[in-house]
Design a protein around this ligand. Structure first.
Ligand code: HEM
Length: 456
């Protein structure tokens, strides 16, 4: 097996200031090797402390047992607030709880299955856009994932004028605004000057005005009984069971912005890495093909579990290249972490990136081995060291959606295309999500001629 590379680690001890300098360039290659073995690491400065936690007991404490005592820090949202407003990704406390009560039902079981046909249409459209030869696959994956979001949320394809407008504006926005910015990890004093580039703020305003047009149009359709039965309609017509309130127009814009951002960047990252891993492991790609072809001959949506190997490929991709590499919480009161006293206001860093390649949790942590998911010993590792969607009440709303989307997209693309590596081995870096520093270039060859094609 070829190991799935992580960026070269920094050896041994790294001074905080050096760490911060590296962090500014790229947080993934700033990571010292020992963090892939440690249960906890403490970073101290005169102004703040932060704790990177890999200990499963600590993770359960923060995410599952006492989540209200470890809220998201306000700072994580600083860069994103102009775009995301008061969205569920950024809020805490009662506001967050109310928002989840309205959103969650749209993503549950049967309702989620209603979105699968739209995912398949987006997957077929993505496959039809591909051409034989060398292709930069991240761009294609972004396009496909954005299409999935628009088709499932608003019943419009990416070619729709407004969908395309949002997609293009997001592309420009994310080049300027990293999700994992330094400020999110370092509690800078309140007086410290914040930089929101004017161009970033302007892009955020443009995206929000496009989204507002979409939600206003939908509100009008709901009022006249002509709205399609998609995710947007479900969310806009669901009342909070406790207060009876629905989202008002501004709050719905906030939520759509986060669905688009959280739902399309992450899925695009996972799909790109999955295709690269399959391209560099042709024997596994060949095994997936049989499954994919059977599925596409009769795509029954009760039966995504009929694609067990492709599902395990996607799980293993999320382990090696978690699209959200790190999450940050803040302590509200004194805590004791592994017998160390932790003061209020400390930053708690939860890192799927380290945890999922942790040498004391996973066997051969850097190896791409989808079959591990069928071995009984993986159960414990998965319980202790697998958090691609986070865990507990703040778990990703779209986890089930994203798993189905990943499997449907992979199956559709694999049935029609063969993928081989073409460019250099991609180096993971954290932009908005974990991406390849110089993109991922693959060589594509068509497995079958599309129906109706052939010599004239
Ligand atoms: C492979 C794809 C995806 C991955 C790996 C992923 C991962 C995550 C993670 C780790 C979080 C927690 C972040 C934190 O607590 O700081 C999160 C939150 C969230 N995700 Fe996803 N996500 C994916 C796809 C999606 C999709 C498709 C949607 C919606 C359509 C979505 C919507 C959200 C929302 C709304 C939150 C905020 C939840 C809250 O704070 O209560 N995600 N996601």
């Amino acid at each position: 097996m070829i190991p799935a590379p992580k960026p070269p680690s920094r050896p041994g001890k790294v001074s905080l200031w050096r760490y911060l300098r590296l962090f500014r360039q790229d947080i993934l290659s700033a990571q010292p090797a020992k963090l892939y073995r440690a249960w906890m690491a403490e970073f101290r400065t005169p102004f703040f402390r932060s704790y990177l936690c890999n200990d499963p007991t600590l993770l359960r404490l923060v995410l599952n047992e006492r989540p209200d005592d470890f809220p998201k820090s306000d700072r994580i949202g600083e860069g994103l607030r102009p775009l995301l407003g008061n969205s569920v990704f950024l809020t805490n406390g009662e506001t967050w709880k109310r928002q989840r009560r309205i959103i969650d039902p749209a993503f549950e079981g049967g309702r989620l299955r209603d979105t699968f046909p739209a995912m398949l249409e987006a997957a077929r459209a993505a496959s039809a856009r591909l051409r034989p030869g060398e292709v930069e696959i991240e761009a294609e994956a972004s396009h496909a994932a954005a299409d999935v979001i628009f088709r499932t949320l608003f019943s419009i394809p990416i070619e729709h004028e407004m969908a395309r407008g949002v997609f293009e504006a997001f592309r420009a926005y994310q080049r300027n605004q990293p999700l994992l910015n330094l400020a999110a990890f370092l509690p800078l004093p309140r007086w410290f000057p914040r930089f929101h580039r004017r161009s970033t703020r302007a892009k955020a305003a443009e995206i929000r005005s496009l989204i507002t047009r979409l939600t206003e149009a939908r509100a009008a359709e709901i009022a006249t009984g002509t709205a399609p039965d998609d995710l947007a309609t479900k969310i806009m017509t669901t009342a909070d069971p406790l207060s009876g309130q629905r989202f008002d127009a501004a709050e719905m814009t906030d939520q759509v912005a986060i669905f688009f951002l959280a739902g399309h960047e992450t899925s695009a990252s996972a799909l790109s890495w999955a295709l690269w891993l399959l391209a560099s492991h042709p024997e596994i790609q060949a095994r997936c093909l049989a499954e994919a072809q059977t599925f596409l001959r009769d795509p029954s949506f009760s039966g995504l579990s009929k694609l067990p190997l492709i599902r395990d490929v996607f799980r293993e991709t999320l382990r090696l290249y978690p699209p959200v590499p790190m999450m940050v919480r803040e302590t509200r009161q004194r805590e004791s972490f592994r017998n160390r006293a932790v003061t209020p206001g400390a930053q708690v860093v939860l890192s799927p990136w380290h945890l999922q390649r942790h040498e004391r949790i996973w066997t051969e942590p850097d190896h791409f081995d989808p079959d591990r998911w069928q071995r009984p010993e993986t159960r414990k590792a998965a319980r202790d060291g697998y958090l691609p969607f986070s865990s507990g009440p703040r778990v990703c709303t779209g986890a089930g959606f994203a798993m189905a989307e990943g499997v449907i997209l992979l199956a559709t693309l694999l049935a029609e295309w063969e993928f081989a590596p073409a460019g250099p081995v991609p180096q993971p870096v954290a932009f908005l999500t974990v991406r390849a520093r110089d993109g991922i270039v693959l060589r594509l060859s068509r497995r079958t001629e599309p129906a109706g094609a052939g010599p004239a």
